[in-house]
Design a protein around this ligand. Structure first.
Ligand SMILES: Nc1ncnc2c1ncn2[C@@H]1O[C@H](COP(=O)(O)OP(=O)(O)O)[C@@H](O)[C@H]1O
Ligand SMILES: [Mg+2]
Length: 260
């Protein structure tokens, strides 16, 4: 089984300590939601995992191998990322953006994508119903369409780990559900390590196998949605006492203040 293990991860912006000591192991076939108040360091953590920010301490292991021992190219084959502020302001077509997912796999850099690479691209285009967008300018897509293309790019990358930073925050409910259903299916069928930063507690509860709440640079609590979506934890993490609704054995959080 593949896993992504974080051991005592720390990160500071100058004097400002954001991540103190993050310990967690993510497993293949599981979608894990990272939740926490605005500014608690969720995006910072994903950037540290990606190696965009250099951690001040700790270790990251991909299936027991220290990621520092992997070349950039090897790492790029194994880990895909959708950033919180992915720029749509690029002079690329949809097809060109999708093909970027194959870049780490290219065997001959003079020839570019080979028949096998093209096959992977076509499969995902069909799966995500992107045929009619292929020649469109990426700038011309709606927010929901753009996120679907980015998700397609990560599938085309065929990585063992997918990190997503608030991919559904700007999407309507139908696009959000569709996005999460596609992601969840991929995580289950391809045994991917899925890690998603997501604010909507109810969507997280419906789609994530595990949830981890970050507070004060640490994992405040982690577990199944049922185990962690509780008044006491929401109060600790968000400083807000919610009204909780139990329906058909599932727990939902109403966007309404409850009794303290
Ligand atoms: N480049 C930066 N320089 C200084 N501080 C930063 C920088 N990027 C983020 N921060 C600060 O670090 C904290 C964590 O940010 P971030 O990881 O983006 O939070 P989250 O994604 O959980 O909302 C915030 O207080 C933010 O203002
Ligand atoms: Mg963020």
């Amino acid at each position: 089984m593949e896993s992504l293990k974080l051991e005592k991860i720390g990160y500071s912006y100058g004097e400002n300590k954001i991540l103190n000591e993050i310990d967690y192991e993510f497993f293949s076939g599981e979608l894990v939601g990272i939740l926490g108040a605005n500014g608690c360091g969720k995006s910072t953590l994903l950037k540290v995992i990606m190696g965009f920010l250099e951690k001040s301490r700790g270790k990251i292991y991909l299936s027991n191998m220290d990621v520092e021992e992997l070349s950039r190219k090897e790492f790029a084959k194994k880990v895909a990322f959708i950033a919180q502020k992915s720029s749509q302001n690029l002079n690329f077509t949809v097809l060109e953006v999708l093909k970027l997912g194959r870049v780490p796999h290219i065997k001959n850099s003079f020839k570019g994508l080979d028949i096998e690479d093209e096959k992977v691209v076509n499969e995902i285009v069909e799966k995500l119903n992107l045929q009619r967008y292929l020649n469109r300018d990426i700038k011309s897509l709606s927010g929901g369409e753009f996120q679907r293309v980015l998700l397609g790019r990560t599938f085309i990358q065929n990585s063992q780990v997918i990190l997503l930073d608030e991919p559904t925050s700007a999407l309507d409910i139908n696009y959000s559900l569709e996005f999460l259903e596609l992601l969840k299916e991929r995580v289950k069928t391809k045994k991917v390590v899925g890690i998603i930063v997501i604010h909507d507690i109810n969507l997280a509860s419906l789609f994530c196998d595990k949830i981890l709440f970050i507070k004060d640079g640490k994992v405040a609590i982690s577990g199944t949605p049922k185990e962690v979506i509780k008044k006491e934890w929401l109060k600790k993490v968000y400083n807000f006492t919610p009204q909780i609704l139990n329906l058909d054995g599932d727990t939902y959080v109403l966007p309404k203040r409850g009794e303290v």
